[in-house]
Design a binder for this molecule. Structure first.
Ligand code: NAD
Ligand code: ZN
Ligand code: ZN
Length: 387
């Protein structure tokens, strides 16, 4: 006989609080909402804590498609499984889990290849719905649909996530550290480790020293990079950057009559081995490409620019310079295998996580997290659902 789930809420809708974004750029509103039970291959999760990533801010500000409102943002989180839908045996009620925005189905040609994390069974897109069933699990008190974000929607006490977007984790690690691996830190460390495959002794340039850029520095440091140049407009980021292994700083606003790429080409004597764009501006991708080493340099695009923005590179330069330009979603990581590896490296005191958490707030104060990130005052602000 099947074991009976003990949860009182199993198979039933749950009423709980969520921070709903009703209008672009307007403060989130804490409302009571209904979260439907998980459908087949889905998991309902009680969120313990979540943090704010710049990608939430980008889509919260955006007025046109793929922006859609009312929406529940949040895609960096940690939680506990409340119940599972049909066909889920990988996790069970009470398990500590990390949800993530890149599907890891484990079955398709890409998930089985070491070369890619771009699942083709459930390909990445900025969808307003659950990945597999293309419907929402959230409604407001009037019964109107609330849209999902990046298949996670963690700014809610409960959320529903596809099993391809969930990994079970060691419950002994503090939730306010675990949640960082749900997006930001994994993305940055992975970009250096998996996408770029930074080599010992190499020189790295990082455009943008938010959590993503600093996690690239952390990943590059772990890979043995010796020179790590950080570029930002905010000089405060250099002091912070030193903790993550940034060895030199270029203030993008104080390069005089030179471009940032000219300054970096001078410092490095012909370009950095690896350049990472971690701001989200096509113009900075061009700058990064212009100061990566000819012959073997790699430029990695991590930042998210506005939909439709275009890069402009001279085909002559591309032909003659022999450089590589790569995109990196979720740091090229396969979430189900790589998140546990990174958590172990944290437990082994190799990977720094504590330093990324600069602020912590209660759920009611979620809008403060937005203010802090937009003003450049925080790296990660952890939002506790139940404190
Ligand atoms: P953040 O706001 O914390 O950091 C951005 C940094 O860029 C800030 O320090 C800011 O001062 C700096 N900056 C802004 N304009 C600049 C300029 N012109 N020159 C140099 N520095 C500049 O953001 P974050 O959370 O670290 O996210 C960074 C980017 O990474 C965002 O675009 C985000 O959407 C993207 N992201 C991508 C992935 C992915 O899978 N590829 C995952 C998460 C986040
Ligand atoms: Zn993110
Ligand atoms: Zn897949």
């Amino acid at each position: 006989m099947d074991e009976q789930p003990s949860s009182k809420t199993w198979g039933k809708p749950i009423k709980c609080r969520a921070a709903v974004s009703r209008q672009p750029g307007e403060p989130l509103v804490i409302e009571e909402i209904t979260v439907a039970p998980p459908m087949a291959r889905e998991v309902r999760i009680r969120i313990v804590c979540t943090s704010l990533c710049h990608s939430d801010v980008t889509f919260w500000k955006m007025k046109d498609y793929p922006a859609i409102f009312p929406r529940i943002f949040g895609h960096e989180a940690m939680g506990i499984v409340e119940s599972v839908g049909e066909g889920v045996d990988e996790v069970t009620e009470g398990d500590s889990v990390i949800p993530f925005f890149m599907s890891d189905c484990g079955e398709c040609i890409d998930c089985r290849s070491k070369k890619s994390n771009l699942c083709s069974n459930l390909p990445f897109k900025v969808s307003p719905y659950m990945h597999r069933h293309e419907t929402s699990r959230f409604t407001d008190l009037k019964g109107e649909v609330l849209y999902h974000f990046l298949f996670v929607s963690s700014f809610s006490e409960y959320t529903v996530v596809d099993i391809a977007h969930v990994t079970k984790i060691d419950p002994s690690i503090p939730p306010n550290r675990e949640c960082l691996l749900s997006c930001g830190v994994s993305t940055g460390v992975g970009a250096a480790w998996r996408t770029a495959n930074v080599e010992t002794g190499s020189t790295v340039a990082i455009f943008g020293l938010g959590s993503i850029g600093l996690a690239v520095a952390e990943g590059a440091r772990l890979c043995g990079a010796t020179k790590i140049i950080g570029v930002d407009l905010n000089p405060d980021k250099f002091e912070i950057g030193k903790k993550f292994g940034v060895t030199e700083f270029v203030n993008a606003g104080e390069c005089g009559n030179k471009t940032v790429s000219q300054v970096i080409n001078e410092i490095t004597g012909g370009g950095a081995d690896y350049c990472f764009e971690c701001v989200g501006l096509a113009s900075l991708v061009q700058e990064a490409y212009a100061c990566c080493r000819k012959g073997w340099g790699k430029t990695i695009v991590v930042g998210v620019d506005k939909p439709g923005s275009k890069l402009s590179l001279s085909s002559f330069d591309v032909l003659h310079s022999g450089k590589t330009l790569m995109g990196s979603l979720f740091g090229g990581l396969k979430a189900k295998t790589d998140i546990p590896i990174l958590l172990k490296r944290y437990l082994d005191k190799e990977l720094q996580l504590d330093e990324f958490v600069t602020h912590e707030v209660k759920f009611e104060d979620i809008n403060k997290a937005f203010d802090l990130l937009i003003k450049g005052e925080s790296l990660r602000c952890v939002i506790w659902m139940d404190k």
